[in-house]
Design a protein around this ligand. Structure first.
Ligand code: COA
Length: 153
């Protein structure tokens, strides 16, 4: 049985470990990714600030007091669209616990939190090559609305 709750700073070490485990495939999708980002000083700063942020939310999912998933988001600073947007920045589930609805439960938590806090739409980025995650988002009602491009200069 799993439980989802808001994170606190005591969760940081476990979030860091889970981030490394859950995103182990990222270098396959992005040659430019900083591997082990959560263990770098910038990563630690980012995660601790996201956990403590009052503007956003950071949920963790536990099973028997073991962290098996997390998702966090923040407001988007845009004013060229009509809706108020909330961005899901990061969502990850322990590879051994996938396909059990944990990802969906985390998405729903963030979405409900954002709705209660006056946001009308959720936005998120996903690597084009991360087909599994894209399938997951589509299954949960998300539509592709833009494409990111990059080029080495
Ligand atoms: C994406 C992720 C959060 C989904 O978590 P989850 O707990 O497995 O999600 P759920 O159990 O709620 O949903 C699973 C459904 O999503 C889809 N899905 C998830 N991963 C998939 C994959 N690799 N290939 C195809 N479909 C996939 C399927 O429809 C699956 O349903 P099924 O189990 O009936 O086939 C998880 O796979 C993960 O942590 N991935 C690595 C990190 C990552 O890529 N995060 C997203 C960054 S943009």
């Amino acid at each position: 049985m799993h439980e989802i709750r808001l994170a606190n700073l005591n969760d940081f070490e476990n979030i860091k470990k889970l981030n490394t485990k859950a995103f182990a495939d990222n270098p396959k999708f992005d040659e430019d990714i900083v591997e082990g980002y959560a263990s770098t000083s910038q990563g630690e700063k980012y995660f601790k600030s996201a956990i403590q942020s009052k503007d956003g939310c950071f949920f963790v999912c536990e099973e028997n007091s073991v962290l098996i998933g997390y998702a966090n988001g923040r407001p988007m600073d845009i004013d060229y669209r009509k809706s108020r947007y909330f961005e899901i920045v990061n969502i990850g589930v322990d590879p051994e616990k996938r396909g059990l609805g944990i990802g969906k439960a985390l998405l729903d938590k963030v979405s409900n939190w954002a709705k209660k806090n006056g946001f009308q739409k959720i936005y998120l980025n996903c690597y084009a090559k991360n087909l599994g995650a894209i399938e997951f988002y589509k299954k949960n009602g998300y539509e592709v609305i833009d494409v990111s491009l990059e080029k080495r200069i």
